[in-house]
Design a protein around this ligand. Structure first.
Ligand code: 3PG
Length: 309
């Protein structure tokens, strides 16, 4: 019996990416099952029951989904953040979970730059704005996306500083002409623009709030293309209230976004739907990488990108 690879994407990949995934799967003798734009969890539970492998985006792979997936051996999150997958539930069943690091990073980095310019030009409404050239760009976490934002910031004439608690090799920062700072406090204190690139984990959830925001320079903008969960929303609300010069722009609407929009008008902005990785290129890169990683896993046992080792 041929292996069944389920692509379950509430927010579908571009058509070209799906075609490419199909080619890789069928070439390997597998069968592609496509569940796009599903609206009900029950559809995913039903589809996953027969799947040997699963490709998702931000789709929630909960313990319930894992329990329904009787034959499942591997889940690949086509993208970077895997906070949508219940790793403990997968590990308990011996299911391998992977991501596709770096594959959609440039799309997210370009959006971060776009959001900075958008905010410094009054959200493209009349009136005098400001330039990003000469300003200090702080990058919180210097991974695949952070590095690309850093390099783009340098190219745009920004002074770039970065902090990454898991990256102590100074050469990585030096290679990009980026100044490494030793603490999160030091980073926020100097950043006219602060671009967030931390994952949502038990440690980071709710970690960006009142104190860090209040420490930022006059007129600073917090740019969030990471996850809404890392923000302490109550603290954000309080800081924006007390500091009329601060701005917040995000690709992932806050839980209290309507209240933020209402209270702060042009100083805040959220994209209508998370779109950081929504480019044809990112879809293709991440989608094909996911399919290749699955085929390689079944063929050779390669677990290079496993995140639940
Ligand atoms: C990621 O973690 O890769 C990004 O947040 C993209 O998420 P998406 O596939 O849901 O657009």
């Amino acid at each position: 019996k041929s292996m069944k690879i389920l692509v379950a994407t509430e927010k579908p990949f571009a058509k070209k990416a799906v075609e490419g995934i199909r080619e890789i799967v069928e070439e390997a003798g597998g069968e592609l099952v496509l569940l796009e734009k599903y609206t009900d969890k029950a559809q995913l539970l039903e589809a996953v029951a027969e799947a040997d492998a699963l490709i998702v985006r931000s789709d929630k792979v909960t313990a319930e989904v894992i329990a329904a997936a009787r034959r499942l051996r591997i889940v690949v999150r086509a993208g970077a953040g895997y906070d949508n997958v219940d790793l403990a539930a997968a590990s308990e069943r011996g299911i391998v979970v992977m991501n596709t690091p770096g594959q959609n990073s440039n799309a997210v980095a370009e959006l971060a730059v776009a959001l900075m310019i958008f905010m410094s030009r009054n959200r493209f409404t009349p009136g005098t704005g400001s330039e990003i050239q000469g300003k200090t760009l702080g990058i919180h976490a210097y991974g695949n996306v952070g590095r690309l934002v850093g390099r783009k910031g340098k190219a745009l004439g920004m002074n770039v500083v970065a902090y990454d608690p898991f990256l102590s090799d100074p050469a990585v920062f030096e290679a990009d002409g980026v100044r490494r700072v030793g603490s999160v406090e030091e980073l926020y204190k100097t950043a006219d623009f602060l671009s967030l690139h931390i994952p949502a984990t038990a440690e980071t959830k709710g970690s960006i709030g009142y104190d860090l925001l209040m420490s930022m320079p006059k007129g600073a903008t917090l740019v969030n293309t990471a996850r809404k969960e890392v923000i302490d929303e109550e603290g954000l609300m309080r800081a924006l209230t007390e500091r009329e010069d601060l701005k917040y722009v995000t690709d992932i609407a806050a839980g209290n976004q309507a209240a933020l929009d209402e209270a702060f008008g042009k100083r805040v902005f959220a994209t209508p739907k998370k779109m950081g990785a929504e480019t044809a290129e990112a879809n293709l890169n991440a989608g094909l990488a996911a399919a290749r990683q699955i085929v390689d896993f079944f063929r050779t046992g390669n677990t290079r990108f496993q995140v639940n080792k």
